[in-house]
Design a protein around this ligand. Structure first.
Ligand code: 6PG
Length: 245
């Protein structure tokens, strides 16, 4: 895996600690480079421990941090399934990020409109990479057992976008609309970190690290930022790759 850095931890606690410190490193680098840190948070449950650990780290430039969501469910912001609610409860309600620098998806809008608005926000807010494209300093991702990241599920139209930064996608197997970053903006990120834990992810992790060239790579295999992905795995998710990569 060209450029990939893979960490496998004995338990979730050291994973949370290492990932939180890496987020702080990315923040310090970004602030030193351009005075701000623009980060897209992962949804789901795996990142909760990382966000709770982040709360306790000294020297984090919260005042210079701009927080976005990598994807969002099309539900109200206080809904139990809301990634924004999860991020607020595990992190944002406990750190001094200026309110105007926290950017939830406007899920009061219909999904397509919410995605369009979020894309406009990224266009207006993100720094530009050398190629002139909007660039996150860090995108945090989780991964499903089917190899999805953000709301980029296998065999969904959202995977085809080459220019749009954000799109809405109806996920048949969830019978639900999602709003998600697209591959182009994820792959333009300065850093991408994948947080993967639990035995149910072990088979897909093995597939990713031991698959040859594939006709139909999984969404996670299409996450190919310039510097490569940094993986944070616990022992269960990394059981087939530990010591073999
Ligand atoms: C979401 C996430 C999604 C998540 C994976 C893994 O909105 O659900 O963005 O991509 O990261 O489904 O979820 P867990 O961390 O809960 O296993």
């Amino acid at each position: 895996m060209q450029g990939e850095r893979v960490h496998v931890f004995d338990a979730i606690e050291p994973l949370n600690e290492a990932a939180a410190r890496r987020v702080r490193e990315c923040a310090a680098e970004a602030v030193a480079d351009h005075g701000a840190f623009h980060v897209a948070l992962a949804g789901g449950q795996t990142p909760v421990g990382v966000y709770q650990t982040l709360r306790g780290l000294d020297g984090f430039p919260w005042q210079r941090t701009h927080v976005y969501l990598g994807d969002e469910r099309s539900v109200p912001p206080d809904h139990e399934d809301s990634n924004y609610r999860m991020a607020r409860e595990s992190l944002l309600d406990h750190v001094p990020v200026p309110a105007g620098q926290v950017h939830p998806v406007d899920t009061d809008l219909p999904p397509e409109k919410a995605a369009a608005r979020y894309g406009e926000l990224l266009e207006a807010s993100l720094p530009r990479g050398a190629d002139g494209r909007p660039r996150f300093d860090l995108v945090l991702l989780g991964m499903g057992a089917d190899g999805h990241v953000a709301s980029l599920f296998p065999d969904t139209d959202i995977l085809r976008h080459r220019k749009r930064l954000v799109a809405a996608v109806y996920v048949d197997k969830l019978d639900a609309w999602r709003i998600s970053l697209t591959l182009p903006v994820i792959n333009a990120a300065r850093h991408v970190a994948l947080l993967v834990a639990g035995a149910k992810k072990a088979d897909v992790v093995r597939h990713v690290f031991h698959a040859g060239a594939e006709a139909a790579p999984l969404p996670v295999q299409r996450v190919q930022p310039e510097e490569g992905v940094e993986w944070f795995l616990d022992a269960e998710a990394g059981r087939y790759v530990r010591g073999r990569i």
